[in-house]
Ligand binder design. Sequence first.
Ligand code: SF4
Length: 170
Amino acid sequence: MEDIQEFSDVKFQGIKINYLYVCKRKLWLFSKNITFENTSDKVLLGKVLHEYSYPKESTKEVLIDNLIMIDILSDGSIREVKYSSKMKEADIMQVVYYLYYLKQKGIQKQGIINYPKEKRKEVLELTPEYEEKVKQALKEIEEITTKPFPPPAQKQRICKSCAYFEFCWG
Ligand code: SF4
């Protein structure tokens, strides 16, 4: 019960978990609703790819608690579609977070990450290790996003395709 209470106190969207593993500065900027139009952003590309890759598949897009939008597949699994597997750990943690969130609501699911461009998928179960990692991640997100200033920019490979590129390096 304690976990449920703690969890509802810190209602983070899955994308924040993803950004925690991609770039902490990106997480901070996103959490302050600082956004820029940038069609090269991989999150947007993933969404577009999703629509083109599975046009006929029977899925149900569900918004849970106004927080997370997930695809429920016909076999009951939940799914995320990603542009590439370069940020695999971030993708895994995002889906594992959804599984954790659903578990707090008494719903047990399997998670699937599809990488249609690479024609492969990752199947995930919520293990005790992942649960622990999610709890740690939620704490870290709270610490980062309640700071008055963002972490300093650090050049990394993904910067060139990040929506905040101009903001950080322009
Ligand atoms: S441009 Fe690079 S440093 Fe800046 S938010 Fe994006 S990933 Fe982080």
